[in-house]
Write a protein that binds this ligand. Sequence first.
Ligand SMILES: C[S@@+](CC[C@H](N)C(=O)[O-])C[C@H]1O[C@@H](n2cnc3c(N)ncnc32)[C@H](O)[C@@H]1O
Length: 380
Amino acid sequence: MTTVTERPSQELTETTDEDLTETTGEDVPETGDLDDLGERAVGYLMGAAVSALVCLGDQLGLYRALLDTGPATSRELAARAGLDERWVREWLHGQAGAGLVRYLGEGRFGLTREQAALLADEDDPAFLAGGFGVLFDLFQGWERLHDSFRTGRGTPYDDLGPEHARDESRFSAPWMRANLVPVILPDLAGVTAKLTAGAKAADVGCGAGRALLEMAAAYPRSEFHGYDSSAEAIRLAERNLSHSGLTNVTFHHAEAASLEPHASFDLVLTWDCLHDMTDPAGAMRAIRGAIDPDGTWLIVDLAGRPTPEENHDHPLAGLLYGFSVLDCLGCGTSVEGGLGLGTLGLSEPVARQMTSEAGFTRFTVHDFDNPLNAFYEVRA
Ligand SMILES: C[S@@+](CC[C@H](N)C(=O)[O-])C[C@H]1O[C@@H](n2cnc3c(N)ncnc32)[C@H](O)[C@@H]1O
């Protein structure tokens, strides 16, 4: 069996000039569906425009103002948000046309309960506005992508700016907060009993530390350590920690590979970060050394299908490959020789193989009804 340490692209068969002439031009089947394809393309174009207005509404506090003080005219909403009425009116009509704000007649606009959950209420598990913020952060410094396509080398996480770490956390935290402690941890064998009694847990690639803070608040007898290679993420995590008042949490600005091999952690979490790492195999070996022989490692990562070709039918393929090219592939190739798994690259077969190569023997798949992520309980 080959090990998963080479770039995935190198696993593909080499393409020769002869192959290219055989697979271009006349061999591509005609479908005669220009209208359907055009409709699809226009849908993407409209999605991009609507997404930009969602991002503005989130950043400028327009959804929040509609939620906090109820239906409003453009004049009232502009006054509440401290903005210009003409611009707010144009935004409101665009949002009503996109179905994201409800027009109530006589110049008044409001949010339905569902619109508020998705766009205004950051505490709702369905809150999605953070995802739009992540996307628009990635449109900054566009030239970096031209460079990456030419050189193969991606952009380090911190070069994407402090907003990136904040918005990624706003994207992942709402669902995580509603599910990690009440639903996910109780489903892992023996974990909540250990945490209740007093255990040691780590979140590797912790970002802004939301998962760790949720667990630390729920299990005050346990100690929690967050590790992240991003200075911006750890700065944010420290700020979140100081607002929480918790005393059982320590954040470390450190690479996963620097975990000490003391076999001391009863629980390790890696949430949506292994596929971003330049050396996920090294991180997995470090986790193997750091975890107690009876400990549990929970991997949460994007639910890619076993092969890229199977991902073509993934209902969110366009979105997830978009994030990959704009973000994750760049993080994973930001050093010479970085593996670059890409957003969907840690599929179940890859995760099974890599964890086994790192010395883990047990691998259990859980389903927590999440449209994006897969959940693997891994043990030594
Ligand atoms: C997509 S973010 C997820 C953050 C957090 N787990 C969450 O769900 O909000 C990926 C994180 O992995 C971190 N990361 C990437 N490579 C790392 C490494 N080798 N060691 C530690 N952290 C790493 C990044 O800095 C980033 O904070």
